[in-house]
Design a protein around this ligand. Sequence first.
Ligand SMILES: *[C@@H]1O[C@H](CO)[C@@H](O)[C@H](O)[C@H]1NC(C)=O
Ligand SMILES: *[C@@H]1O[C@H](CO)[C@@H](O)[C@H](O)[C@H]1NC(C)=O
Ligand SMILES: *[C@@H]1O[C@H](CO)[C@@H](O)[C@H](O)[C@H]1NC(C)=O
Ligand SMILES: *[C@@H]1O[C@H](CO)[C@@H](O)[C@H](O)[C@H]1NC(C)=O
Ligand SMILES: *[C@@H]1O[C@H](CO)[C@@H](O)[C@H](O)[C@H]1NC(C)=O
Ligand SMILES: *[C@@H]1O[C@H](CO)[C@@H](O)[C@H](O)[C@H]1NC(C)=O
Ligand SMILES: *[C@@H]1O[C@H](CO)[C@@H](O)[C@H](O)[C@H]1NC(C)=O
Length: 398
Amino acid sequence: MVSTLFLGALLILPGISVSASACLERPHGYCKQLDIPVPITANTAIYDIPRVDNDIEAVAWAIYDATRTTIHGPKNIIKNTTTSETFNIHAQLCIPKSNKNGKHNTLQIATHGVHYDSRYWDSEYKPENHSYVEASLKAGYSILTYDRLGVGQSDKPDAYDVVQAPVELEILRQLTLMARNGSLYEFASHAKPSNPSFKALETPHKVVHIGHSFGSFLTSAFIANYGPLSDGAIITGYLYTENLASAGSTSFSVEYAATGSPPFNRSSGYVVCQRDGIQNIFFGGNPKTAFTEELLEYGISIKQPVPIGEFASAFSLLENPGPSFRAPVQFLLPEFDFYICRGDCHDLFNLTALNQTYPHATKIEVALQPNTGHALPLHNNATAGFQLMFDFFSRNGL
Ligand SMILES: *[C@@H]1O[C@H](CO)[C@@H](O)[C@H](O)[C@H]1NC(C)=O
Ligand SMILES: *[C@@H]1O[C@H](CO)[C@@H](O)[C@H](O)[C@H]1NC(C)=O
Ligand SMILES: *[C@@H]1O[C@H](CO)[C@@H](O)[C@H](O)[C@H]1NC(C)=O
Ligand SMILES: *[C@@H]1O[C@H](CO)[C@@H](O)[C@H](O)[C@H]1NC(C)=O
Ligand SMILES: *[C@@H]1O[C@H](CO)[C@@H](O)[C@H](O)[C@H]1NC(C)=O
Ligand SMILES: *[C@@H]1O[C@H](CO)[C@@H](O)[C@H](O)[C@H]1NC(C)=O
Ligand SMILES: *[C@@H]1O[C@H](CO)[C@@H](O)[C@H](O)[C@H]1NC(C)=O
């Protein structure tokens, strides 16, 4: 990719867009980078949480967050506020080359978790084995991935009072509305560089939602609150039980992002995992067979800082009842997920409880991906895990 880009830069001549389209092309599809202005209005709050401006305060925040008496809920609110703003959200839209049974008219909207950005879904390391985006294109699906607010190439507003769960839920809703009414594809058709594959795209017939970790907090709350906007969902690396996050934020092994290694251009309140924190949270299973040193290094190389307001506000996404969701949902759990299942996802799910949350779901399924930790795409058997997801779609007419 890097060499193609370099070559591309040399080849740009007036009226010729060869280099641009070459860079957009994937083995099984075409991808376009987008910077989408997303206007939102959401309920936010000023929380009673510590400030973080250096490494000592970063670790002190993690201990505070993991302390058994710390309140994660509305009682921790000093003042309720409203945030009304237009944020720049960086996204990537990919469409498959082939039309397999109309699957290209199904658009997946994938929301990544904390400590990563949208590259989580699109590994540049051995993409044929570890990129969910590549696998989706190969399976014939379109897919929108985006950097959540506060990470990657999206806007990075105040870590305490702005980057909060209800704002992010609203961003997901606006992106979904844009996908459903055609304005997303319209936007993509005009975005530079121009490419014939993105002209005259038919509005997606179906929009399905995929989440990972905190992206699954958001996705599960999204389908609960806005059921009619989703034609199906796959919730990966997330299950609401007493084990969820019981390992605590100290397991992230955080440092202050602005002075971390490497340092990130971030303001007060952004923290980032050190190497061992990434392994603690994201890698699991037998270290001889579940993942490689290269995969762990890649996982460390794409880490992203987290704004601590996200942790204070996450409670609002839990236990949202979803009677309006009338579509299929799969919960895909990595067998040895440390952060979600405290290292063992066997026998944790309760289909009766899931059914009570989504009483009109047309299908509720729980699947376990063997010998895998939280970051499902970054384990050796990732493609087989992706296949569980595509099989679920196929079985349910998606
Ligand atoms: C903020 O709003 C929540 C939810 O409506 C409410 O429970 C809480 O008491 C409010 N807090 C303050 C300080 O107004
Ligand atoms: C990795 O991808 C290659 C090329 O598609 C394939 O031949 C190989 O079986 C894959 N390996 C695994 C472990 O999925
Ligand atoms: C589509 O939805 C977006 C997001 O809500 C909205 O801003 C836009 O005006 C809508 N466009 C059309 C053509 O309805
Ligand atoms: C750092 O971030 C600020 C605020 O987002 C931005 O204005 C500035 O250009 C960034 N600096 C660099 C070197 O990227
Ligand atoms: C499963 O959830 C239902 C509904 O909440 C509850 O009544 C039942 O006791 C739970 N089963 C187990 C084994 O925890
Ligand atoms: C949920 O439970 C109801 C009542 O037992 C049942 O009719 C329905 O099929 C269940 N839904 C799923 C998706 O299992
Ligand atoms: C890889 O994953 C698939 C799908 O879950 C599973 O059937 C298979 O046993 C796994 N292989 C190994 C070696 O764990």
